[in-house]
Design a protein around this ligand. Structure first.
Ligand code: PMV
Length: 311
């Protein structure tokens, strides 16, 4: 039997700018050291983890297969360390890793093309989205998305009238503690809720712009390794996100518990449940504090490696 080809891609953590990015503000994201691997080998019929590609839980992989226009069927296997539904980019990572494995088989492994395809797939499967998750899973390391082109441009992505410029954004090695609330929340309705507020209220619109400033200040603070300033900005960002209606009582509990041993803490991703992130140099203590109030903690580190073919 032919040897499998494989590719892996990292999960992601949005550090600053979620929701505001939907309105053209910048957002900062880092890849994390939890990865998804996809293996592919020629087979008599299409299979994924031994099951049908039509199983709804494989819709991202199915879309990747359809777009890759493979001539012959494959047997795909997925191995993932990224918890699903926790805002850590598991769907982006599986999409990017699947596209990476399929591209390797065709001898056409091209990260910018993978980033664009993966964004289209997320858009197709989950509706309105920014390309930050899929581009971070592709590029690895720190990624800044902005509406205009700056230094260290990785690639641009356009859709309808919208255009995102993805930039490489070096970050120091950092440890974060994630606290998963255990509450799943769909991104689409949360994004729609913020849009309603922004359309109805100039105050909400100015909060979105304020998040944009916080993102750029947060980036400078992290690059200077000024964790005190970065933490303070995370706390401010959390306050604004809460006012925009994407908080949750359980997020508040985890954030409050984590802050006792952290520089700062905020929700990460879409909110409404999902996960929070704490910046801390006492990760074990912070993880325990999160556990004590009913959250599920994960320690993660920044990961510089994006999509890659596996030997
Ligand atoms: O649900 P997540 O973790 O992919 O985060 C969504 C981030 C938003 O800014 C709310 C939406 C987006 O696509 O950027």
């Amino acid at each position: 039997m032919a040897a499998p080809v494989a590719a892996s891609a990292p999960g992601k953590l949005i550090l600053f700018g979620e929701h505001a990015v939907v309105f053209g503000e910048p957002a900062l994201c880092t890849a994390i050291d939890l990865r998804t691997e996809v293996f592919a080998r020629p087979h008599a019929e299409w299979l994924v983890d031994g099951a049908s590609l039509d199983d709804p839980k494989y819709r991202y992989v199915k879309a990747a297969v359809r777009r890759s226009r493979m001539e012959n069927p494959l047997w795909l296997e997925i191995r993932s360390m990224i918890p699903t539904g926790a805002g850590l980019g598991s769907s982006a990572a599986v999409t990017v890793a699947a596209l990476g494995a399929l591209a390797s088989l065709r001898g056409a492994f091209d990260p910018p093309a993978i980033a664009r395809e993966a964004f289209e797939i997320e858009h197709e499967v989950q509706g309105r989205a920014s390309p930050i998750d899929t581009s971070t899973a592709t590029a690895g390391g720190g990624v800044l998305v902005r509406p205009d082109e700056g230094d260290d441009l990785l690639w641009t992505i356009t859709r309808d009238t919208r255009r995102w410029c993805l930039h490489r954004c070096p970050l120091p090695e950092l440890t974060f503690v994630i606290g998963y609330t255990g509450i799943g929340a769909a991104t689409g309705p949360l994004v729609a809720g913020v849009k309603e507020r922004v359309d109805a209220s100039p105050k909400a619109a100015s909060m979105v712009r304020e998040i944009g400033h916080i993102t750029m200040d947060g980036l400078v603070a992290l690059q200077r390794n000024d964790l005190v300033a970065a933490g303070r900005l995370m706390d401010q960002d959390q306050g604004l996100l809460d006012e925009l209606g994407v908080g949750h009582p359980m997020l508040d509990r985890l954030v409050t518990a984590a802050r006792k041993s952290s520089y700062g803490a905020k929700l990460t991703g879409a909110g409404g449940g999902g996960s929070m992130v704490a910046l801390t140099d006492e990760p074990e203590r912070t993880a325990q504090a999160i556990r004590d109030v009913g959250g599920r903690p994960f320690l993660v580190h920044t990961d510089p490696v994006g999509v890659r073919r596996m030997p």
